[in-house]
Design a protein around this ligand. Structure first.
Ligand code: 1HE
Length: 259
């Protein structure tokens, strides 16, 4: 089990799945400095037996973003350092080595959206809404949103969200790619757990390549991307587990695609 001592988060194991909860429901899971440190620590060193992480928010909201009460009096250098802390923490979420499935509901706003878009698979409930109130608050994104959110919805749409503060609902978010699954109210966590169990059954090297190689290839030029794809395929497909799984399929012991 984990040795993390957590005050703003919860962590429990369910089989191969580490279930991580943002736990400041009274503050709508606003992300303060302690929570960022804890996100960094949990995602840098998840429990050894974990194969997948599920991330959710306690209470009716996923996260109200940056804890504005801690942010009011920071100078430029402090904001720069703070933003880079967030980058390090969310990098661990995205590239820490384990796939992350997030369960979204209520507010997924500002830094909450930056955190959600660091996860790999996103499941939303109808109560979910997405907004970037940075313009209204007189600030800018600082948790990687200008890269990760813009890659998903386009920088044009992200600019619009920051300028207008308009909140997109769960259906709109699903159409924009902010969520991958839209389930009934109260069902996001159980769907996330179901998907996590399924992902946990995949070959670890294949999963690792998907979460680490794909976003890097997306940042490369065409030719370099294709070359990196071939190198990654050469590594993953020649593993013992890949050979075994392909044989299982050919000898009709493995499930068909889509089942
Ligand atoms: C907070 C925060 C917060 C709630 N920082 N304390 N984020 C925002 O601009 C979103 C601000 N929050 C809201 O718009 C609303 O709280 C919600 C729509 C999310 C939820 O509304 P509601 O009616 O359920 O809750 P509430 O009454 O507004 O808030 C409950 C408490 O949480 C209250 O504190 P209390 O002591 O009066 O009980 C709120 O002050 C507190 N609270 N959200 C601090 N965000 C790295 S850069 C990232 C940049 C950003 O993330 S910008 C977006 C900031």
């Amino acid at each position: 089990m984990s040795t993390h001592s957590l005050t703003c988060m919860t962590l429990e194991m369910r089989g191969p799945v580490a279930v991580v909860g943002l736990h400041r429901p009274d503050k709508r899971n606003a992300i303060n400095d302690t929570m960022i440190e804890e996100i960094h620590s949990v995602f840098s060193a998840p429990p050894k037996e974990a194969r997948v992480i599920v991330l959710y928010g306690h209470g009716p909201h996923f996260s109200a973003g940056l804890d504005l009460s801690e942010h009011r009096d920071r100078d430029a250098f402090e904001v720069m350092m703070h933003s880079q802390e967030w980058h390090r923490a969310f990098h661990q979420v995205q590239m820490g080595g384990l796939p992350v499935v997030s369960a979204l509901k209520g507010a997924v706003v500002g830094g909450g959206l930056e955190l959600a878009t660091s996860s790999h698979v996103r499941v939303a409930e109808p109560s979910t809404f997405y907004a970037l109130p940075e313009g209204q608050r007189g600030i800018f994104v600082g948790g990687g949103g200008s890269v990760r959110i813009a890659r998903i919805i386009g920088s044009g749409r992200m600019t619009e969200m920051m300028l207008t503060g308009h909140a997109y609902n769960a259906q709109e978010g699903q159409a924009m790619g902010l969520s991958h699954y839209l389930v009934e109210e109260g069902q996001a966590l159980s769907k996330a757990l179901e998907l996590a169990e399924r992902i946990a059954g995949n070959a670890p090297l294949s999963v690792y390549a998907a979460i680490n190689a794909l976003p890097r290839i997306a940042d490369m030029a065409h030719g370099e991307g294709l070359y990196m794809e071939s190198l990654t395929a050469a590594l993953v497909q020649t593993s013992g587990e890949a050979k075994e799984r392909m044989r299982d399929f050919l000898e009709k012991r493995a499930p068909k695609a889509g089942s």
